[in-house]
Design a protein around this ligand. Sequence first.
Ligand code: NSS
Length: 397
Amino acid sequence: MVLRDGTGYLQGVLSRKDLPEATWERFGTLTQETSVRLEGTVRADARAPGGYEMHVADLEVLGSCPDFPIQPKEHGTQYLFEHRHLWLRSRRQVAIARVRHEVVQGIRDFFYDRAFTLVDTPILTGSIGEQAGELFSTDYFDLGKAYLAQTGQLYVEAAAAALGKVYCFGPTFRAEKSKTRRHLTEFWMVEPEVAFNDSSDNMRLQEEFVRYLVGRVLERRSEELKELERDPTPLERVRAPFHRISYSDAVTQLKDLGSDMIWGSDLGGDDETLLAQQYDRPLFVYNYPKGVKAFYMKENPDDPQTVLNNDCLAPEGYGEIIGGSQREDDHDRLLARILEQGLDPKAYAWYLDLRKYGTFVHSGFGLGVERTVAWICGAPHIRETIAFPRQIHRLYP
Ligand code: NSS
């Protein structure tokens, strides 16, 4: 039988002639996912998976398991997600969880080693961080509506003025009615913010960061990648420099590839896939039209129709894993953008203060954990990369 204890898998060998009759009979009653306590001798055996096996001398059933709902056969996706609390035990899901864990630890180590300070930002917020249309709200005592944070960015901008290099890392929420393989309503995002970094510095930091995360998984989680049947070759190509292409050039290239994309609209998921497929490494698309991007991005002084931002697209069709930008550091321009987008300037008084009291060039970005893990694992949909995904039609388990 195959045993799992959270540290790995082990084959248990039971032979009738070496066991008391009662133990042999208990063995006969075992079903998949029964919880057991065993005694025996562990021996090296080159033929056994993992190089060892256990010769069992005694066996106690701790928790029987009649009719485990997930059998080694084809179940539909819907069924598996309804049984997510049990599906987590399967080998593929265990491997994905371990890769995610490595990515998360890699994120913390990367920033710690580079002297960034972690600043935890609020989840209940009064100021909308990204887009008004995609908010979860709740009544907040006498103060009206509170929103679940779409981003911690506005707060890490304040913290960067105090601490220089900072980041926040936590769950973020988007009431997006998207049912794509790239969207969750609750996802984890890490958001560094650096005082005095401009947009080019920002891209260099992203490059180093993504390369580090991928390298770390390749180095420490090769067993899991094997379990996932993930070909590591494309991941091994993730080296600096990443490709860089302006939004305007991306539109030209997409048109040549047959897309009906026009200048001025955002890149859709299909466009991102098509574009990213042309490159063997992650790709930066920079300086998008102002009209499709958030209010806080700095206007490009060389072309006021565009902003100093970038997306980072993962190869193999995975598309956007990072959105980043240099921030508008001019008080009056920022206020004008807030008004233009119909946002309430009162809610942003504190944010505007940052431009009033010693403003400074600064930049940052957000990397989505689930999209990054999906790409590294080669998973077709990001919902498998978080233990309990939240989607528009899913709130249980
Ligand atoms: O909306 S982003 O492009 N940018 C921000 O939120 C900025 N405030 C980040 C910053 O500059 N500090 O989202 C960033 C990333 C994006 O590239 C995805 O990887 C991920 O967050 N993201 C998502 N993942 C899963 N599901 C959804 N709905 C989602 N939305 C964004």
